[in-house]
Design a protein around this ligand. Structure first.
Ligand code: 13P
Length: 246
């Protein structure tokens, strides 16, 4: 499963309707069929609503399907939630949990940890997001915040392969800060992330997210296993170039 050099995950957030998501998936599938990038794993995370149609397009392709979130229960009276099992049934292999945009709506480490555990229990790979806010960064608390988020979120996880995504909230293109992190600064946080992962968990990769573009992705690819991409994944040619340059 992990023969690739880089994993590039498109997080389409709430930005594309079903027609747009299916058209973009089909375009990317064509581009990657014409010019296969065999050492890169590409994952598309559409909205829940578009997943069924995108899953059909991605059948018989090397591109994997991902989700932007999932609940931690298997089934029951949980209005509005989506179970990991139903996503698995659809052909989903990866699920983003604890994205900062969800943490900003109230998700805490414990909840994110339960979601990650449920994803693993359903034989999918969680992409577990952590990252400090601008306020925490400017106060010089980034390391402390990351250590807490990583250790608390992962404390009850089974020892199975997972992906940790470091996304400094302030470096996300839509954060409004107007700031981006330098690769050197992001790389500096890898040690604190690794040191905070419980010792029982041995099998993981760390990817970077936050304003990654085709001309910057290469700066991160030596030290990170890949990227979690928002804005630059919304146009086929831009995303294809980013994958190529990773
Ligand atoms: P941008 O690439 O638009 O900064 O978004 C990053 C992100 O939040 C991906 O999950």
């Amino acid at each position: 499963m992990k023969k690739y050099k880089q994993i590039i995950v498109a997080n389409w957030k709430m930005k594309l309707n079903v027609d747009e998501a299916t058209a973009l998936s089909a375009e990317l599938k064509d581009m990657l069929a014409k010019e296969p990038l065999a050492d890169k794993k590409v994952v598309l995370c559409p909205s829940f609503l578009a997943m069924h149609d995108v899953a059909n397009i991605l059948k018989n392709s090397e591109i994997s399907l991902g989700a932007q979130d999932a609940f931690y229960e298997e089934e029951g009276a949980f209005t509005g939630e989506v179970s990991p099992a139903s996503l698995k049934e659809l052909g989903c292999d990866y699920i983003i949990v604890g994205h900062s945009e969800r943490r900003a709506m109230g998700e805490v480490d414990e909840l994110v940890g339960k979601k990650a555990q449920a994803v693993l229990a359903n034989n999918m790979i969680p992409i577990i997001c952590v990252g400090e806010t601008l306020e925490e960064y400017e106060a010089g608390n980034a390391k402390e915040v990351l250590a807490r988020q990583v250790s608390k979120t992962l404390e009850n996880l089974d020892n199975k392969y997972f992906i940790l995504a470091y996304e400094p909230v302030w470096a996300i293109s839509t954060s409004g800060s107007g700031k981006t992190i330098t690769a050197a600064e992001a790389i500096e946080q890898i040690k604190i992330l690794k040191d905070s992962i419980p010792a029982s968990l041995k099998d993981f990769d760390i990817v970077y997210g936050g304003s990654v573009k085709p001309d910057t992705v290469g700066d991160f690819s030596k030290d990170f296993k890949g990227a979690l991409v928002g804005g630059a994944s919304l146009k086929a040619q831009t995303f294809f170039d980013l994958i190529k340059n990773s």
